[in-house]
Design a protein around this ligand. Structure first.
Ligand code: CO
Length: 305
């Protein structure tokens, strides 16, 4: 009796040990069961991509880098990458040995590094061609195999009515003090894209707050010729020229402030109006830079849903 009882206990202990051994060994025996196998979701890895048009002007390069640093400071722990959207600029600086990624290259690199969620923020002023290209690139990466499963794109500076109102207030905060008989003329880029209307919307928002701040664009409407008659009508004797672009690059230095006959500075002189160029881009004006960072914050939040 005693023998049978103890052998029963022995059998019980042995089978318990066997069961435990199998339970412990099973995950290692079945291929891929213990670690993430093929087809399983990779763990989330979040990143930020800041996209600038790009520039070859050293001061403007520093201004873009400063905006990237602000994004890093605003989102500690999230790696921030930078891309230049302009191929012309990328090719030009490549000849000087400076290599910058396109948005597609930067996203491809991030996908290869295992990023699964990326908030893209463009430093564009209006939702024009550059912005729609960035959006299309982001969407392509979201749908392609081995792409990035979750990508959000932050709004440019002048997107919604609310954005335009905030931008007007932020721009006015940072402008040079102008007395009676003086005006500020902001130089926007301008485009044949329908988003060009954003400049007129911003002009209206600025005039609500200050009648002596004007906008004209280099490439489209309103142009300098649209603004000149109004400057004369108001008896303006001096104009501060300020770029309405993220950085004071080539357009600001040449088309706006340059010595050539067709620069805005020269045309104003020819019209009997003095001018003073302020070579500081919007991105170097803290109130305006803060709006781009706010838009990036919205894009990062969007990754949560
Ligand atoms: Co241009």
């Amino acid at each position: 009796m005693r023998f049978t009882a103890s052998s029963n206990i022995l059998r019980l202990v042995l089978s318990a040990c066997l069961a435990l051994t199998i339970a412990l060994a099973l995950p290692f025996a079945l291929p891929g069961a213990a670690q993430a196998g093929h087809g399983s979701k990779a763990p989330a890895k979040r990143g930020i991509l800041v996209v600038a048009f790009g520039t070859s002007v050293p001061e403007a390069v520093r201004a873009i880098d400063a905006l990237k640093s602000q994004a890093e400071a605003a989102f500690p722990g999230i790696p921030v990458r930078l891309a230049y959207s302009s191929k012309i600029i990328r090719d030009k600086i490549a000849k000087e040995g400076v290599v910058k990624s396109s948005p597609a290259q930067a996203l491809a690199d991030m996908a290869a590094e295992g990023f699964t969620e990326v908030a893209v923020q463009s430093l564009q002023a209006i939702p024009g061609r550059e912005y729609s290209d960035i959006k299309a690139t982001a969407e392509a990466f979201q749908t392609m195999p081995k792409g990035i499963r979750n990508i959000s794109v932050g709004r440019p500076l002048l997107y919604s009515f609310e954005d335009i109102t905030k931008a007007a207030e932020a721009v006015l905060k940072s402008l040079p003090k102008h007395k009676k008989g003086e005006a500020v003329l902001l130089m926007g880029h301008g485009t044949s894209h329908p988003a060009n209307a954003a400049y007129a919307a911003l002009q209206l928002a600025l005039w609500k707050r200050d009648k002596s701040v004007f906008i004209a664009t280099v490439e489209d409407t309103p142009g300098l010729d649209d603004v000149l008659p109004e400057l004369k009508r108001q008896g303006i004797r001096k104009v501060f020229l300020v770029p309405l672009m993220s950085v004071a690059g080539d357009h600001a230095r040449n088309d706006m402030a340059g010595k050539e006959n067709d620069s805005w500075a020269s045309k104003l002189t020819a019209a009997g109006i003095k001018s003073e160029a302020v070579l500081v881009g919007l991105g170097s004006r803290p109130a305006v830079a803060g709006l781009w960072i706010d838009h990036l914050r919205d894009a990062v939040k969007e990754l949560d849903h």
